[in-house]
Design a protein around this ligand. Structure first.
Ligand SMILES: *Cc1c(COP(=O)(O)O)cnc(C)c1O
Length: 340
């Protein structure tokens, strides 16, 4: 068996079926809006979430950063949870690209509520920063894949509307949330001005993210994408992988969640595990006992057994289950974990 990779759900490789589909796609110059496969993917994703238009981009960082630029002016502020990807893992892009600062809130496992957000919306006074955007992450990467339901989101959306703020969703793993709750993307789409979705996480495409919004948002977004250097030419070959993923790989996400739960159950019984964050979807985050292993030692030990994992902090480990993590790999991982 080749090595087992639990570092992220980004490590999946395209299957033969996906590659065949990619190779047979029609392409054109997308800077001229002439790539039929990209146009089809954008239309398909927009309709899935009940949005008017979409924009195909190389990465989720780019779709998030374009959304922030669309909704803000330099010198303004956005509100997000302290665990947010847009704040922690996008290289300072909030300030680099948009000249905006972030108001960080300590949510409940990465989730914000209208009650938590409201006190941080600044009134219109000369000396205060203008609050212009709220960004929610669904599922929350750093908080073990916790997710929002429609019931959680509705009051936040109402608050944003009443205060004239835009609402963006970093939905890099939105399909994990929807699979777990049997939620409808159309319903979810109603509450957000813009949504970013990733095709290269659990969905298994090699590249690509989409920004969804109104026609006006996406017109503005196309211009920003070009400025950021994200205007691509015959990228329909890649977009085809996204189309294939959206049409074939959504319902199977529940299998990843099931495997994550099985790993959680085993970890709970192991003497070297101090604590585990609740496992909601496909992300497992746990702490090692200080007198047993550091994160780095644990990572090294597992790599000697052909299992790649990511230390997420000094004593913290993250596992992510995905399309290429098979049942046999699950069994092997459990065997190794029990033998440590
Ligand atoms: C992966 C991820 C992104 C996008 O990251 P890229 O590496 O740019 O694709 C955005 N938000 C969250 C929560 C993610 O996990």
């Amino acid at each position: 068996m080749e090595f087992i990779d639990l570092r992220s759900d980004t490590v999946t490789r395209p299957t033969k079926e996906m590659l065949d589909f990619m190779m047979h796609s029609k392409v054109g110059d997308d800077v001229f809006n002439e790539d039929p496969t990209i146009n089809e993917l954008e239309m398909y994703a927009a309709e899935l979430f009940g949005k008017e238009a979409a924009l195909y981009c190389p990465s989720g960082t780019m779709t998030n950063q374009i959304a922030i630029k669309i909704h803000t002016q330099p010198g303004e502020e956005l509100v997000c949870d302290v665990n947010s990807h847009i704040y922690n893992y996008e290289g300072g892009g909030i300030s680099f690209n948009s000249g905006v600062q972030a108001k960080l809130i300590n949510g409940d496992e990465g989730r914000l509520t209208a009650e938590l957000i409201e006190p941080h919306i600044n009134p219109d006074l000369d000396w205060l920063t203008r609050t212009s955007l709220v960004s929610l992450e669904n599922t929350v990467n750093r908080a073990g894949g916790s997710y929002y339901t429609l019931k959680d989101i509705k009051p936040i959306s109402e608050l944003c509307k009443s205060k004239g703020l835009a609402l963006h969703m970093d939905g890099a793993r939105i399909f994990n949330a929807l699979a777990e709750t049997n939620g409808s993307p159309q319903e979810m789409g109603k509450y957000f001005d813009t949504i970013s979705i990733c095709l290269s996480k659990g969905l298994g495409a090699p590249v690509g993210s989409l920004l969804l919004g109104t026609r006006a948002h996406i017109k503005k977004g196309r211009k920003i994408r070009k400025v950021l250097g994200g205007g691509m030419r015959q990228a329909g070959f890649l977009a085809a992988a996204g189309l294939y993923a959206l049409k074939n790989n959504l319902t199977r996400l529940k299998e990843d969640h099931k495997k994550a739960k099985q790993l959680e159950a085993v970890l709970k019984t192991l003497p070297y595990v101090e604590s585990i964050l609740p496992v909601y979807t496909n992300i497992i985050i746990f702490n090692l006992k200080k007198d047993k292993y550091t994160g780095a030692e644990f990572e090294k030990k597992l790599s000697e057994k052909n299992i790649k994992i990511a230390a997420f902090g000094k004593q913290t480990i993250r596992f992510v289950t995905h399309l290429d993590f098979t049942n046999e790999m699950l069994e092997q991982t459990i065997k190794v974990l029990k033998g440590m």
